[in-house]
Write a protein that binds this ligand. Structure first.
Ligand code: ATP
Length: 371
């Protein structure tokens, strides 16, 4: 089912809008994540899609039909929440059957459909257990089976994995991804976890203060953030930033000036800029195009790599290095990166200075740090 939000505005107190003129189009069968910090309006958006909240203005379309007036039960949606919300006195099978019972589906059919749904989430052996006899991951799979047993046209997932520990979360992620592809259901995931959004979604709507800041594929968000907010939010460890001043076609950082790629960036109209470069794109030594001196603040050791935290002309920089490298706090170092790895933002507006260009799908991991 295709979904469209047109100019949706929502407030709870009539003073400030929690959602402000939001527009969003989702293709049939697409998996979209609403990603953003706590309080940015993700759940409110989802509850409007579900019909639990009504927008103050604007329209919601399912397959080009306006659904503003439709009650939740008439919207053909399945929902899974952070709290599994299972009925404790019912078995797994009864929990999964429950929505079908409400729809007055005959007993034989509902048992058959519930068993099929249970098999899909690999719960076939646990049908007679009560929720208290299941692990968190198994309980969440019951909630997922209960959502898909209705054969919904839209699956809404609100932080479905945040109660699970790290290992189970990865397992559940794989499960949800497989199921969504198998069933081809249009799916919307609400999450504040960028890794979850990046790994699961076809497209991510990155939200801030009730607005969508960028709606793109995970690759586009990572490689072509439209502004510094997106650049700060996407990527772990986060992007490094250095303040600079535009001098003709060059950017001065500290004492030195560096040439910028005129084909890639439009510097006209900007005086002060912020140069961004991801930790993975920086390497120790001067093998890259753009070269700096710095001082080591401290070094973190991970088995497969070291993370060097350095000071450079008042900027704090972090990047990866060889795990066996011996490097002391306070040591002077040289590091560099390639011109192709740079992001540039206007300091005043925060907007990316990247010129619009052709679609890019390849990874540009300029930093060849061997870790
Ligand atoms: P989180 O990740 O913490 O769940 P979110 O992005 O889902 O956050 P929402 O739950 O949509 O954010 O909330 C957006 C804003 O609307 C918040 O400031 C919140 O306090 C407010 N809000 C949400 N629901 C209500 C409500 N029923 N009544 C009043 N204010 C509300």
């Amino acid at each position: 089912m295709k979904i469209e939000l047109r100019n949706i505005t929502k407030s709870f107190d009539k003073k400030s809008n929690v959602i402000e003129k939001m527009n969003l189009k989702i293709n049939d069968g697409e998996f979209v994540a609403l990603l953003g910090p706590s309080g940015c309006g993700k759940t409110t958006t989802m509850l409007m899609l579900a019909g639990i909240y009504k927008p103050d203005s604007g329209d919601i379309y399912f397959d080009d039909q306006k659904v503003n007036h439709l009650e939740p039960k008439d919207r053909h949606i399945g929902m899974v929440f952070q709290s599994y919300a299972l009925y404790p006195h019912m078995t797994v099978l009864e929990n999964i059957c429950f929505p079908l019972k409400q729809q007055k589906i005959p007993k034989r059919e509902r048992l058959q459909r519930a068993k099929e749904a249970a098999e899909m989430v690999r719960l076939g052996d646990l049908l007679e257990r009560k929720p208290s006899e299941l692990s968190g991951g198994q309980q969440q799979r019951v909630a997922l089976a209960r959502a898909i047993v209705k054969r919904p046209k839209l699956l809404l997932l609100d932080e479905p994995m945040s109660n699970l520990d790290a290992g189970l979360r990865i397992e559940m992620r794989a499960e949800i991804s497989r199921l969504q592809k198998e069933l081809g259901i249009t799916t919307i995931l609400v999450t504040h976890d960028q890794e979850e959004a990046m790994t699961l979604a076809d497209r991510i709507a990155l939200m801030k203060d009730g607005k969508i800041v960028q709606y793109d594929t995970p690759m586009k968000l990572y490689h072509e953030p439209v502004n510094i907010e997106v650049a700060k939010f996407i990527g772990t460890p986060p992007m490094n930033f250095m303040e600079g001043t535009v001098v003709g076609n060059q950017v001065q950082i500290g004492e030195r000036t560096y040439p910028m790629d005129e084909g890639k960036f439009d510097l006209t109209g900007s005086n002060e800029v912020i140069l961004g470069v991801r930790p993975h794109d920086i390497r120790l030594g001067w093998t890259g195009d753009i070269r700096f001196y710095g001082h080591v603040r401290y070094v973190e050791t991970f088995g497969h790599s070291k993370m060097i935290h350095a000071d450079m002309a008042g900027n704090r920089i972090q990047f990866f290095a060889e795990p066996h490298l011996s490097i002391d706090t306070g040591a002077g170092i040289q590091f560099s990166f390639n011109l192709s790895a740079i992001h540039l933002f206007d300091k005043e507006t925060g907007k990316s200075l990247r010129k619009p260009g052709p679609e890019r799908t390849e990874m540009s991991v300029g930093g060849a740090a061997s870790y």
